[in-house]
Design a binder for this molecule. Structure first.
Ligand code: NDP
Length: 230
């Protein structure tokens, strides 16, 4: 793959940080956004090693901040936009907080839509841009065999529908859009019992992104390339 410009949200830890590491090691230019730059030591260390890694502050729950960032970099071309930031507030029947639910929708669902809207001109400038949303199998209705987790599950199911509409709406601009499941990954969110590490997950995800075509736009795909049932 020739040198690409990638923008990624929630890049200070977990899967986001690993994306930055692997893309930077491949020589790509990465705009890594984080909610709090002060708490991004690992990312700052990466940026010191790789001059093509740029750190930017962005709370993805703040729609006006998304638009302000897009305006600040109005001439930038983005080949790959990865909407990765996510939250997982625990919730079960009888104990599900309404404010946490609304906030999770803001972060897990709405942010991908507003990123797409704000950065459309930047993606349109690329030869064949890709818009990637990090979703979860926990948003799959077919896969839900255990119930609970109302907040996280519903926010990711809704995200999947947003991504499907984006895929259809952005097809005319030749922008391929996909929702990717990273596997059960050992991160702060996935916990220590996750089945794979971030290196394995992101290596697989990058392969899926590299080979993503416009014909696959709107698909729900796992890090190993397999389709995930809705
Ligand atoms: P982590 O909890 O390890 O990291 C979450 C990242 O999102 C952090 O960088 C966090 O920043 C950022 N974030 C949260 N809220 C905001 C916000 N308002 N604005 C900006 N950034 C924010 O999660 P993972 O790395 O495991 O997950 C990455 C993505 O993959 C998520 O979308 C998740 O839902 C998805 N996923 C993960 C799975 C797993 O097994 N780990 C399985 C399926 C999907 P901060 O440090 O500031 O909080």
């Amino acid at each position: 793959m020739s040198s690409q410009t990638i923008l990624i949200t929630g890049a200070n830890r977990g899967i986001g940080l690993e994306y930055v590491k692997q893309y930077a090691e491949q020589g790509h230019t990465v705009y890594a956004t984080v909610r709090d730059l002060q708490k991004a030591e690992a990312l700052q260390a990466l940026a010191r090693q790789h001059p093509h890694v740029h750190l930017l502050q962005l709370d993805v729950a703040d729609v006006s901040a998304i638009h302000a960032l897009a305006d600040q970099f109005s001439t930038l071309t983005i080949d790959i936009l990865i909407s990765n930031a996510g939250v997982y507030p625990p919730s079960h029947f009888g104990d599900t907080d309404a404010q946490a639910w609304l906030h999770a929708f803001q972060v897990n669902t709405l942010s991908t839509y507003y990123l797409a809207e704000a950065f459309l001109p930047h993606m349109q400038r690329a030869k064949q841009a890709r818009l990637i949303a990090m979703t979860s199998k926990m948003g799959s209705i077919t896969d839900n065999g255990s119930g609970g987790e109302y907040i996280y599950r519903s926010s990711k199911t809704a995200l999947n529908m947003v991504v499907k509409s984006l895929a259809l709406d952005l097809r005319k601009f030749d922008i391929a859009v996909a929702m990717l499941h990273p596997g059960w990954v050992r991160t702060d969110m996935g916990g220590p019992n996750g089945l794979i590490d971030t290196e394995t997950s992101v290596a697989g995800l990058r392969k899926v992104i590299d080979t993503l075509t416009i014909a696959q736009s709107g698909e729900f795909i796992a890090y190993d390339g397999k389709r995930v049932p809705w």
